[in-house]
Design a protein around this ligand. Structure first.
Ligand code: NAD
Length: 248
């Protein structure tokens, strides 16, 4: 590497929660292409060739610690595991209940908190390590229109602040933490949108750059960039990948 230059990722290891599908899988693919060794931690094995799988649950604190211990030195953590609000009874505050709130927060916010905690000692041991969390444009805007999963929106907003806290604490160790906030992406989690023509049309209008849902690769490439040394001076940022959702 030239002095002041950017190292390649060869020999570096990334752990991706939710790596078996959608945005997490796209992050695995992009990281592999950049030369990373990649492990997916998910409820199910990764279908991707070249990705090691740990079958685990981000709500299981002891399991996360064991997974980190078993996979060796760690240079990046991607927190992509998540569930949609609608899959667990989420909705607006006047109709959703505490059980729905807890179910959404357990995976989407508490899961990232626990994964970052489990990975922290391994990450701070490696100069130039990185954490990337996956929020949502809904967490930045509050949703609106047909998107009223208030617990999901709260969880995704919480991830922005959690990421800033991780960046503040990590800087003295050379550890960076950044957040990506996707618009609506064509994955199983967004199946409700894909299968509803009126909702798809609403989303297409909100994402004028594409007039469609995003492809998971639109997000996976940014995650890999943020993990790597090309982003070595970037921390505490939330970057929307939303095809223009926030333009008015
Ligand atoms: N799809 C979208 O439109 C969209 C938009 C913004 C943000 N996001 C966020 O992106 C992330 C990835 O979602 P996706 O769209 O790729 O969905 P997806 O359903 O394709 O992938 C989610 C993955 O998380 C895993 N998972 C769920 N609960 C888990 C748990 N307790 N422990 C471990 N793994 C678990 C699932 O098995 C699945 O493989 C989520 O955090 C989601 O909230 C998605």
């Amino acid at each position: 590497m030239a002095e002041g230059g950017v190292a390649g990722a060869a020999g570096r290891h990334a752990l991706v929660t939710g790596g078996a599908s959608g945005i997490g899988a796209a992050a695995c693919t992009a990281l592999l292409a950049d030369g990373w060794t990649v492990t997916s931690l998910d409820l199910r094995p990764s279908p991707l060739a070249g990705v090691a799988s740990v079958v685990g649950d981000v709500t299981d604190e002891a399991g996360l610690r064991a997974a980190v211990a078993s996979t060796g030195p760690l240079h990046a953590l991607v927190c992509s595991a998540g569930v949609s609000g609608s899959s667990v009874g989420d909705g607006p505050v006047w109709s959703a209940d505490a059980a729905a709130f807890d179910a959404v927060l357990a995976v989407n916010l508490r899961g990232a908190f626990l994964a970052a905690g489990a990975a922290w000692p391994a990450l701070v041991a490696q100069p130039g390590a990185a954490i990337v969390t996956v929020s949502s444009v809904l967490g930045l805007t509050g949703g609106g229109g047909p998107f009223r999963s208030h617990a999901y929106i709260a969880a995704k907003g919480g991830l922005v602040s959690l990421t800033k806290a991780l960046a503040a604490a990590g800087a003295e160790h050379g550890l960076r933490a950044n957040c990506v906030a996707p618009g609506l992406v064509r994955t199983p989690l967004a199946g409700r949108v894909s299968s509803d023509p009126a909702l798809s049309e609403w989303v297409a209008a909100k994402q004028p750059l594409l007039g469609d849902l995003l492809d998971p690769a639109d997000v996976g490439g940014l995650i890999a960039f943020l993990c790597g040394d090309a982003a070595r001076a970037v921390t505490a940022q939330t970057i929307a990948v939303d095809a223009g959702w926030q333009l008015d």
